[in-house]
Design a protein. Structure first.
Length: 745
């Protein structure tokens, strides 16, 4: 076959059929005939992309090697005029697939030089090719996903399935379906990311999950026939395929293993399932890091973050310069978003999500095209600033505020190694709306690892209940955590749980916490009785002790994220303290009504949080980003029976006389203080039972033999907490470590 005769075969492809005679003449010398025998390879995945091909006759099979080393058939080509290899030609990247001949085949080869000459003369060719290549790449991604879901498929079956699926595209923020909609279909995410949110019975909105490529959504309503239980929308641009009810029924009959996969997804999303499974499902999680200004050492921080995240999966770190280097094309990162090659670059970035579990996009310090591209790809946005610097939003952050970005935005404040404790965080928080904030100290491995666990959905939250003196059992839990080396990323509590968790959040050791208990075991340090018109105590002593312990420290300045709960008497609502003076918040959370005076703040009265939420597991559940919640509850549902001796009325004078008169029989009655504390504890007993089910690990030390005001027995109570916690935490840690080893292998 002569070279001239190759041109008609080239123009059989849609990309070349409209070329004028002069353009075809230019290409004539850049064409070559390629002959393949059966099973002969045209090119391999990883080869350099220096040419493209148009099929004249024969049958080609396309295979892709996945990240786990498997090779999957993702397509076949037998139609004359079909092209292969153009994506690598456009990008200059290595081949992403292997193509071989299933039968004797002939093709026309177009060199890179010829293609570049063509694009110069006919620029629209590049746009058309980019769009076609992007569609083909998404189809290849879908083929890999279907193979994971259904097992290896023959090519004919694969094509049959893909042909029946309906493609959907969502822009960022666009809703896939609303809560209450009919469950008439399920969806498979091919690329991008979705967020699942639900409106609860109390009209509050709760974020349930995020899902990425390879995940399914809407399956529960499709199977049960019930309305949608949540709303799903796109965090960033997302491509999906839709499976209708009839198609799904046929699919399950033919591929029963698909039902097993779908059932597993349902179980993992059920609230009672171990939340650790949520971390296992994270796929292609993209984090955009935005420096507040040019002084932020973003490259250094991103590198440290990447090194720590690497233990949880393969990670890629991209800046503008690094993308240009890896992509192999100077200026690629700054390619205008409306450029004809942008779909190809987007496809390349999407390809990286099949290779890496986490991608860190380090944005420029100014509003550049690369910065916009980082935000388009982001599932999470980290605004990064330096302590001691100007807390005002930078130019990029201001521009970000003008966009409709659905990725969760968080603040990271970097601190020098010499800083013992953050300060002034409220100034940073008051100037921006962020979901949460993180403190990271230079050289402090614990800080960066805590941030990594929170980003990757693997944090551990610890919730401590109220319970007066029985709350000293929490000390034993701290001891076990220290001995086992279990890291806590969030901590919070109510009443005594608020006090002790505040000490933990400050970074106090177990020994230091025991000293704190010893201080509170001394009634002379805390109790200052007064005429009981407002309360039994003036509460000056307890206030001074808390000020002595916590000084002017603010909650938002703690290394560990912390909250405590109080009850607003004025508004009849619980209050979650996440900012403000630590001593004041703890004082409010521990203000037992009738014993200590309420805390007056901005015209409202605050008392012990136990009045409304004595075991705030529900609050931790919402804060813990899909991680593990450990709850320690020292509240006792049943109190040991006492041999009380009184009828329907009790004279305080008679009780007093029975105690000071050596010849009088002592009248046994519960004390006023004990009654008040116990009444506070049981006021939310029913809610506690509900909240207990929200904990992944529930520790309930048996402290019923200790009185609620038996502060002097803090050592024995702490030991009871230790014994209960050791058994459960050591077993939980063993199971968690085993699961981590399996996942990493």
């Amino acid at each position: 076959m002569s070279e001239i005769s190759l041109l008609p075969h080239l123009t059989s492809n849609d990309l070349f059929k409209d070329l004028d005679e002069s353009s075809l003449k230019v290409l004539e010398d850049e064409l070559e005939l390629v002959h393949l025998n059966r099973d002969e390879v045209l090119f391999k995945q990883g080869d350099s992309g220096d040419s493209m091909y148009v099929l004249i006759k024969g049958h080609l099979v396309v295979r892709m090697r996945t990240a786990d080393g498997r090779e999957i058939v993702v397509g076949e080509e037998s139609e004359p005029g079909t092209s292969v290899g153009e994506m690598a030609l456009i990008t200059g990247q290595a081949r992403v697939v292997t193509v071989f001949a299933a039968s004797e085949s002939e093709l026309v080869k177009l060199s890179k030089e010829g293609f570049e000459c063509l694009v110069t003369r006919q620029p629209h060719t590049l746009t058309d090719m980019a769009e076609k290549t992007s569609r083909r790449w998404r189809r290849a991604q879908l083929a890999v996903i279907l193979a994971n879901l259904l097992g290896d498929l023959d090519v004919a079956t694969l094509y049959d399935l893909i042909a029946q699926l309906e493609w959907c595209q969502l822009s960022h923020g666009e809703v896939l379906f609303h809560q209450g909609d009919p469950g008439d279909a399920m969806y498979i995410v091919v690329n991008g990311r979705l967020r699942i949110v639900a409106v609860l019975p109390d009209s509050t909105e709760r974020e349930l999950d995020e899902i990425g490529a390879g995940e399914i959504v809407g399956e529960f309503a499709l199977i049960t026939g019930e309305p949608r239980t949540a709303t799903v929308y796109a965090i960033r641009e997302t491509h999906l395929v839709r499976l209708t009810q009839p198609f799904f029924t046929r699919l399950v009959v033919r591929y029963p293993q698909a039902m097993m996969q779908i059932t597993r997804k349902i179980v993992l999303r059920h609230p009672s399932s171990l939340r650790a499974s949520a971390a296992e499902s994270i796929n292609a999680f993209n984090v955009a890091l935005i420096p507040i200004n040019q002084d932020v050492p973003l490259d250094e921080f991103t590198q440290h973050l990447a090194e720590s995240m690497a233990s949880f999966g393969r990670i890629l770190r991209l800046s503008s310069a690094r993308l240009d280097h890896i992509y192999g094309q100077d200026g690629a990162a700054q390619t205008p978003l409306d450029d004809p090659t942008t779909p190809i670059l987007d496809s390349w970035m999407s390809e990286q999500e099949t290779k890496f579990q986490y991608i860190l996009y380090a944005a420029d310090p100014d509003w550049s095209t690369w910065t916009r591209r980082c935000l388009r790809q982001a599932d999470r946005i980290l605004i990064v600033g330096q302590s001691g610097g100007d807390p005002a939003p930078g130019s990029v952050e201001l521009a970000l505020n003008m966009l409709e970005v659905n990725a969760r935005t968080e603040l990271v404040i970097l601190h020098p190694a010499s800083v013992s404790r953050p300060s002034g965080t409220f100034e940073w928080l008051s100037r921006r709306q962020v979901h949460s904030h993180h403190h990271v100290r230079e050289g402090d491995t614990a800080c960066i690892q805590r941030l990594v666990r929170r980003l990757t959905g693997r944090p551990t939250g610890l919730v401590l209940s109220g319970g007066a003196a029985r709350g000293f059992a929490h000390l034993g839990v701290f001891r076990v955590l220290e001995e086992l080396g279990i890291q806590i990323d969030y901590i919070g509590g109510t009443s005594m749980g608020a006090l002790l968790s505040a000490g933990f959040a400050m970074g106090r050791s177990y020994e230091e916490m025991v000293e704190l208990a010893r201080m509170f075991a001394n009634p002379k340090r805390l109790f200052d009785y007064t005429l009981p018109l407002t309360s039994l105590m003036t509460s000056k002593k307890v206030t001074n002790v808390l000020i002595e312990l916590f000084g002017d420290l603010h909650i938002e300045d703690l290394w560990h994220p912390y909250f405590c709960v109080s009850s607003n008497l004025s508004r009849a609502e619980p209050v979650i303290h996440r900012t403000g003076l630590l001593w004041q918040s703890v004082r409010a959370s521990t203000a037992i009504p009738g014993i200590f005076t309420p805390v007056l703040h901005e015209g409202d009265l605050f008392v012990d949080g136990g009045a409304m939420n004595n075991f705030p597991v529900d609050i931790m559940r919402k804060s813990c980003d899909g991680g593990t919640v450990i709850g320690v509850n020292v509240s006792q549902a049943h109190e040991p029976a006492e041999a009380y001796q009184f009828g329907t009325s009790v004279s305080g004078w008679q009780v007093l006389w029975s105690r000071i008169n050596p010849f009088s029989e002592r009248i046994q009655t519960p004390s006023l203080a004990a009654n008040l504390v116990r009444s506070l504890e049981i006021s939310s007993a029913h809610q506690i039972k509900i909240r207990e089910r929200l904990a992944d690990l529930l520790i309930q030390p048996d402290v019923s033999q200790f009185g609620m005001l038996d502060f002097a027995s803090y050592e024995a109570i702490s030991e009871a907490g230790y014994q209960a916690a050791w058994k459960q935490l050591s077993q939980w840690q063993s199971q968690r470590d085993h699961r981590t080893v399996v996942n990493l292998n």
